[in-house]
Ligand binder design. Structure first.
Ligand SMILES: Nc1ncnc2c1ncn2[C@@H]1O[C@H](COP(=O)(O)OP(=O)(O)OP(=O)(O)O)[C@@H](O)[C@H]1O
Length: 261
């Protein structure tokens, strides 16, 4: 079981070029939950993830890690608790996959120490969990987009974080790999990790996320338990499309059929 951990934002704002990208956002990511961050293109999903990861500093408001201002947590201490898988994956990394995944262990080692057996075990477990074990000896730059996605997830898991932030983690993946990834995220959350994932596929959120935060033009349009938040009204307001909900024939969870208004 992971150490209990939380990320909270309180009235967080960020402006760029005279525009509010994030405008007074309050949100919470809790241990043991898988939270989908939803919203149309440009709504602020990636920006919010970067604020939660401490990569961007808010203009006003606070981000709290376990109740402590994130701004005061050092980089290594932060990296021991929070891992981020970015949307734009690097392509020009001339490195074997195993070495790249081992980089996830850096925050856990003393500054100039070499990788120990524990680090190699953690990297192997992460590669296995992310479905990337067969890629361990490949050069990263020769991988396909979907293979890179798995390897970056493995690097983040090797970091052994309490909080995992992912920007469109099913991007580039075929349907089988998408479902495997969502299943893995659900299992990690059930095991105590706090996970937030920006998702475009609302049905992925409906099927897998315990909670959702729906952003619209940099603000929270709605947040809470997934089934309560994802209503046809909300979807119409935020995405401008009609939505009909039916129970999924296998899981019983809401399945959403979309149509243009
Ligand atoms: N450095 C910047 N300067 C100016 N505008 C920016 C900057 N970074 C992001 N933006 C704008 O902020 C808005 C939010 O961007 P963000 O990437 O967070 O959206 P998103 O919800 O992740 O979008 P998508 O679904 O398209 O990935 C967009 O309109 C984007 O153009």
């Amino acid at each position: 079981m992971k150490r209990t951990q939380s990320l909270d934002t309180s009235r967080v704002t960020l402006a760029r070029g005279g525009r509010m990208l994030i405008d007074g956002v309050d949100c919470s990511i809790r241990s043991g939950t898988l939270t989908g961050i939803l919203g149309p293109n440009g709504a602020g999903k990636s920006t919010l993830l970067h604020l939660l990861a401490g990569i961007l500093i808010p203009d006003s408001g606070t981000v709290l890690l376990g109740g402590v201002p994130l701004a005061g947590v050092g980089r290594r201490a932060r990296a021991r608790r929070i891992a981020l898988v970015e949307q734009a994956l690097p392509t020009d990394v001339a490195q074997p996959v195993r070495d790249l995944v081992l980089l996830g262990r850096t925050p856990h080692r003393s500054l100039f120490a070499a990788d120990g057996p524990g680090d190699h075990d953690a990297a192997d477990r992460a590669l296995q969990a992310a479905g990337a074990a067969a890629l361990a000896d490949r050069m990263y730059e020769t991988l396909s987009g979907g293979e890179r996605q798995r390897v970056q997830l493995a690097r983040a898991l090797a970091q052994d974080p309490s909080l995992l932030l992912l920007d469109e983690p099913t991007n580039h993946l075929d349907i089988g790999a998408q479902l495997e990834t969502l299943d893995l995220l659900e299992k990690l959350a059930a095991d105590g990790m706090g996970i937030a994932a920006a998702l475009h596929d609302i049905n992925h959120a409906s099927a897998s996320c315990s909670h959702v935060i729906v952003l619209h033009r940099g603000r929270v349009a709605a947040a809470g338990a997934t089934a309560a938040v994802l209503t046809p009204d909300l979807i119409r307001t935020v995405y401008g499309v009609d939505a009909a909900m039916v129970p999924h024939p296998q899981t019983g969870r809401p399945f959403i059929a979309f149509s243009q208004r």
